[in-house]
Design a protein. Sequence first.
Length: 81
Amino acid sequence: MYRYTKSPPSSTIIYVKDNGVGIDPKYHELIFAIFERLATTEGSGVGLTIVKTIMDKHKGQVQIDSTLGNASCFYLEFPQH
């Protein structure tokens, strides 16, 4: 479980929370791979890959806090330069 209670002094953190069905922790790394989808609903499977690529290029991090049956929260940590 990855939770921020306060931003580190050298980072800015933005979070995005949904009200979906949640994601089993065993899939947390998989969802950032290109064309990976956990459901047969709409979507191409590239959205989170793009987010991770952008964060990597900015020396930041993206993390997820989610369990199956609960909403998901994605944390985007941008380092201060």
